[in-house]
Design a protein around this ligand. Structure first.
Ligand code: NDP
Length: 253
């Protein structure tokens, strides 16, 4: 990953699935970040993350519930303290949830809970971490945008594509699709508003990956994360605001 040099990264939902995969892959880089902030709801209950953190002092576990604005503000303050005056290069809004509902049995409660987690969470994370991201952009020389400088990566889903209606036969998951379509719009808004601050913003479909969320599709967490990191190492201001998959393909909105 020669092209990705981040001093600091925060991954939300880092205790399992793709989030944990990101943490593991950052550790394996030839030039690992000095700080890998691993956000999770229940730090004490995460044996795998705890084990990793006990071996790698650059992992800092941060309590973070992305549906709770107070938790987000507290996490931003904690991360700021650790960084001691320097900025945060990369924010990966990975935490997400799905409810396996069809159009017939979808409920207001699901719609609100899934939207709050998958869409409002990344909005508030962007707002709370903006000062640290801005600082990272100011600290890094050069005028262009890059993920090594300052970036927000929103983990969306092809299931949020209105044009393609990806894997509709597999599951209607209406609340999930709506939340990810809205997250795509949020990412576009962030890309336009944060460009002047030197912050690149993209929205990713990680592929259909074997995690607790999905069961057993073909793609492994390792392959997906490796693909996404390769993309992150190569994208620049041309791609800010884009909806990409783990292999770099531009997806239809
Ligand atoms: P998992 O279900 O394996 O992991 C979800 C992670 O998000 C867990 O760490 C979970 O924490 C965390 N999380 C959920 N809700 C919250 C919350 N309110 N606050 C903080 N953390 C929370 O999912 P994946 O790893 O598969 O998914 C990661 C992201 O990728 C999601 O945004 C998902 O929508 C997206 N994605 C995944 C695909 C796939 O094929 N796997 C396809 C397309 C998109 P906890 O353990 O505490 O529940």
């Amino acid at each position: 990953m020669a092209g990705l040099h981040v001093r600091s990264v925060l991954v939300t939902g880092a205790n399992r699935g793709l989030g944990l995969g990101f943490v593991q892959h950052f550790l394996k880089m030839p030039n690992p970040p000095q700080w890998i902030f691993a956000g999770c709801r229940d730090p004490k209950g995460q044996r795998e993350l705890q084990n990793l953190a006990s071996k790698h002092p650059n992992i800092i576990i941060i309590q973070l519930e992305v549906s709770d604005p107070t938790s987000i503000k507290a996490a931003a303050a904690k991360v700021g303290e650790h960084l001691g005056g320097s900025g945060l290069n990369l924010l990966i809004n990975n935490a997400g949830m799905a409810k396996p509902c069809s159009l017939d049995n979808e409920t207001p409660e699901n719609m609100i809970q899934v939207y709050t987690t998958n869409t409002v969470g990344p909005l508030l994370m962007g707002q709370a971490f903006l000062p640290l991201l801005k600082k990272a952009a100011q600290e890094t020389p050069g005028s262009g945008l890059s993920c090594s400088k300052a970036a927000i990566v929103n983990m969306s889903s092809y299931a949020g594509s209105i044009e393609d209606m990806y894997v509709w036969e597999f599951g209607q998951v209406v609340s999930y699709r709506c939340s990810k379509a809205a997250l795509n719009m949020l990412s576009k808004c962030q890309s336009l508003a944060y460009k002047e601050h030197g912050i690149l913003c993209i929205t990713f479909h990680p592929g259909w990956v074997q995690t607790d969320m999905t069961g057993g599709p073909p793609l492994t967490v390792d392959d997906s994360v490796q693909g996404m990191l390769k993309m992150l190492s190569s994208i620049s201001e041309k791609e800010t605001g884009a909806f990409l998959d783990w292999e770099g393909k531009v997806l239809p909105w």
